[in-house]
Design a binder for this molecule. Structure first.
Ligand SMILES: [Zn+2]
Length: 253
């Protein structure tokens, strides 16, 4: 039997215990690459370090997460980011979280600055949106970023059409096991616009995810879509090639 070839589109590798062992295990199961997203300056440094340990496998994304605004020196973090974007495949995890106490105006300003950096460096973006999907979409569309993935999408279904029209993506997580909103989003999006991810080390129903958990996400998407896991794996890996563009390390189309 052919084993699946998969990509984990969103992993917090810097927060994962025994990250190196878990990355190696994932590659032995057919995980071709893992996008390591960042939250702030220290997180970016650790993610870049793992990118050097696993060249072509751990693909770093650099960004300042809205959750970190109050914990970080924003200007310094953005400087770290800008200095290292040459080694990154994407900008992320960035976005807006309207459940936070942090003022919307402050969040939007930071988000806009990072969208600007993404455009300047011709990099796609990995987006966090909570109660902010419409606004995040408008800002991404307005900035004309080269590509975007709306991570762990559980937002309005109407917005999916616009995301698809822009040629962008939404990503599926292990929360498909229990989240109705997430299931409905993945069911209504065309497979050509879906990426698979684990958001590890997030725990789903008490079980901590690792990059290997992407195998299960692939099966979950296959059962929602009524197709085979190998079709989902093949299609989503092609999608990742489109998302990464020239930064895709495995050749692609
Ligand atoms: Zn995340």
């Amino acid at each position: 039997m052919n084993r699946l070839t998969l990509v984990d589109a969103h992993a917090h590798l810097d927060l994962l215990g025994d990250a190196e062992e878990k990355i190696s295990r994932a590659t032995s199961l057919g995980v071709l690459a893992v996008i390591g997203v960042s939250m702030g300056a220290a997180s970016m440094e650790r993610t870049l370090g793992l990118g050097k340990r696993f060249p072509g496998i751990v693909l770093p994304a650099l960004g300042l997460h809205p959750w970190q605004i109050d914990q970080e020196d924003v200007d310094e973090a953005l400087e770290t980011m800008e200095q290292n974007l040459e080694a990154a495949v994407a900008v992320g995890e960035i976005g807006l979280d309207y459940k936070l106490k942090t003022k919307k105006s402050i969040q939007k300003e930071l988000f806009a600055r990072q969208l600007h950096l993404a455009v300047e460096h011709a990099l796609p973006v990995i987006l966090h949106c909570r109660y902010s999907h419409q606004r995040v979409f408008e800002m991404v569309d307005g900035a004309d970023v080269p590509g975007a993935v709306f991570h762990w999408y559980a937002g309005p279904l109407e917005l999916i059409d616009k995301i698809v029209q822009r040629g962008d993506f939404i990503s599926a997580t292990p929360a498909l096991a229990y989240s109705r909103m997430h299931q409905e989003a993945i069911r209504s999006a065309p497979l050509e616009h879906i990426l698979l991810e684990t958001d590890c080390p997030v725990a789903y129903e008490g079980e901590e995810a690792t990059p290997s958990t992407v195998v299960r996400v692939c099966e979950q998407v296959a059962s929602l879509k009524g197709c085979s896991s190998s079709e989902v794996a093949g299609r989503t890996t092609e999608n990742m090639e489109r998302f990464l563009g020239r930064a895709c390390p495995w050749g692609g189309a």
